[in-house]
Design a protein around this ligand. Sequence first.
Ligand code: FE2
Length: 489
Amino acid sequence: MSISPTGRSHPERHHPTDEQRLASLQSEFGVSPPGSLRGDASDDDSMQPLPQRPSTTLLQVQDALRDALPESPDMIRARHDALAAKIRLDQLSERRPRCVSHSSAAMDDSSHSCAQVSMDESRTRFDKVQEEEPESWEGAARIYEYGSAANPELPKVPVVVHPASLHESGATRVIPFDLSELLGGQGPCTSPNLMASYVRIVVGESITTQAKATSQAYYVIRGSGSTSSEHGVVKWATGDLFVVPKTDGSLQHSCSSAEAHDGAALYWIHDQPLLDYLGVRPDEVKFPPALFTRSKLLETVEEIRHGPGMEHANRLGVLLGNASTEKTTKTLTHVMWSLLNSIGPHTVQKPHRHNSVALDMAVAAPWPHGKVYTLMGRELDANGNVVDPIRVDWADGSVFVTPPGWWHSHHNESDSTAWVLPIQDAGLYTHQRTLDIRFADDEIELHRQGRIRGTAFNITNKQYLEVVSTHQAALDAADNDVPNFNYGL
Ligand SMILES: [Fe+2]
């Protein structure tokens, strides 16, 4: 279901209020959300004039629609469409005066088309806008004192668990892990850049998913089946992972069998929140779709386990890459990153940290519950242990969030190997040279030497000077008017 924010009516003749738009959305849904969506508390519209500016917030709209609607896949998509429509309406409302004086190319056919404005009207409004424009531009500018604004207060990424029980029963549906109310996202999101959901598919049934994303990853928690899209058909089974690039249409997932709980479960992550933040749509297919089978992943882990120098390694894992990133970031996609990581019995993987947010799928947490866990926190003590940690106990098929920059150590006190599959936006960070992954032992050793480093990006001063001198030599050889930058050296 899609929702059109307005008709094609002339903006001066009919410009629906926000309440009318919401009523239209509610009518299309066939529901009447509880409570007032307006900012004031009055139930008597006759006594309270409608506000000039929209008094609703996106979260209020989201709350109301969520409360009123069952979480079926169609309803979730409809809710997302409603949010997108609301955002679009607000943007158009703020842009409308500029529509007259600037190109109509920026306005789509669901908005107030410039072509429908008469020349006289256009001229009058153009003159008015020309007078207002300088003031408008200055009105939007903000200037802050550096020290007080360089590290602004933003909603913190929380440590939250999305339990496996959500995908172990019930109807075929998408089960979003939506933390946008905590994070202040412009749409559903689990971290600022990524959205994670479970997709439950009852045996013999199908479901479609769709995202405005450059990258989508699906890890098969349980079950067997297939997924078809404009990229072709892929068959999957428990433990497999597949990725798809920009997809204009939807993906249709069908479940043929499941070893438990009468249905398959997929762990679905995409980067639509990043695109929402940027205000863009994906334009290019940036990588070929890829499938990682469970057997191939485990076979590779075994090869590494028996490799030289791995006898006493307590960190045994494989990074998942793509042919398109082989010569660059070596990541799952150009945005996303994933690792299949094993923690041997009675083993501790000492703390590490990175700037990306990890959305960790506990693939296998040996019984009994509580024997495998992660400790996480902002600081290390002198021995490299996490100070005042938060503990997250693993449970098979559950997901937990590891905030950016937090130190985290994995602990396995059971008699069996535990497995975790973090999916992150670390492809993007790696491209930016800002992932900054650090390991506790390295940092403690540096600290003992009385040194603090600014980055874990591995380049020495000598190498840096060589890079600069090589670049300078190339400029000199070009023998043209290129300015002779010396980078302050
Ligand atoms: Fe990590």
